[in-house]
Ligand binder design. Structure first.
Ligand code: 5RP
Length: 257
């Protein structure tokens, strides 16, 4: 169940960010300067930044931190770096690793670390009761491993990601061995025109309807040849930060493990 944050509060953006968002309102723009879709993209970026900055405040000195992947996480990395805390991080993709290192964050391999204090990541869809779809960036397998190993898994999202129910498609990572048979098993599924995952998996998307996310997750998870899928169950996530306009809503789904 979605609750407000501990005190039922919303996290307010700093004034600087709020005024920047106001400036992007279509009505305040000089006519013809930006097409509508560009305005929406800029608004989404502000929301991603706000959600990321709110979540970065949870990162404390000495923590082991799992870093997700994607354009929302791209705002998280500098926000963590600005906190000037000493943390050890594991990245869920080469691009996150490279960006984090460039900002001076200490990134280690996952080999010797068996748990995280916190992991923070974006999502493609998040429902009020905490079901997620992830994997728009094809990194969902590593992201799920990191989220599962985290005492506190935190999701950061712009308002377009908040949905009443999951609708998909659902990213899947599959072995190349027996690929056609695997795709038949979990039909309807399409292949995505992207490079293999860093672990050699083939990326596709399950295109069927999602009537029961738990049942679909069980079906995809049990299918031989599927490395992992992008449905994350509610019990994985501790907190969700969803930014809408100049407000960031902090949903607390459960306390840390
Ligand atoms: C990558 C992911 C991303 O977290 C998800 O696709 C959201 O991406 P973005 O922050 O760019 O909207 O799951 O595999």
């Amino acid at each position: 169940m979605v609750l407000g944050d501990a005190g039922g509060r919303s996290v307010r953006r700093p004034a600087r960010i709020r005024s920047s968002t106001t400036h992007l309102r279509p009505g305040l723009l000089v006519a013809g300067r930006l097409p509508d879709h560009r305005i929406r993209v800029l608004g989404a970026d502000q929301e991603k930044k706000s959600a990321a900055e709110a979540a970065a405040l949870l990162v404390e000195d000495g923590m082991l931190v799992g870093l997700g992947t994607g354009s929302t996480v791209a705002f998280l990395l500098p926000a963590i770096a600005r906190r000037r805390v000493t943390v050890r991080c594991v990245a869920t993709s080469p691009r996150t690793e490279e960006a984090a290192r460039a900002l001076g964050l200490q990134v280690e391999s996952f080999g010797d670390i068996d748990r995280f204090d916190i992991a923070i990541d974006g999502a493609d869809e998040v429902t009020p009761d905490g079901w997620l779809i992830k994997g728009g960036g094809a990194a969902h397998t590593r992201e799920k491993v990191v989220a599962t190993a985290a005492d506190r898994f935190v999701v950061i999202a712009d308002s377009s990601k908040a949905v009443p129910r999951l609708h998909g498609p659902v990213p899947v990572e599959m072995l190349e061995f027996g690929l056609a048979a695997t795709m038949r098993l979990i039909s309807p599924v399409t292949l995505r025109d992207v490079p293999r995952s860093p672990d050699g998996g083939v990326i596709g998307d399950y295109q069927g309807s999602i009537d029961d996310p738990g049942a679909l997750a069980a079906m995809l998870g049990a299918a031989a040849g599927v490395v992992d899928h992008g449905i994350f169950p509610p019990d994985l996530t501790a907190d969700v930060f969803v930014a809408t306009g100049d407000q960031v809503e902090h949903r607390v789904l459960r306390s840390g493990r």
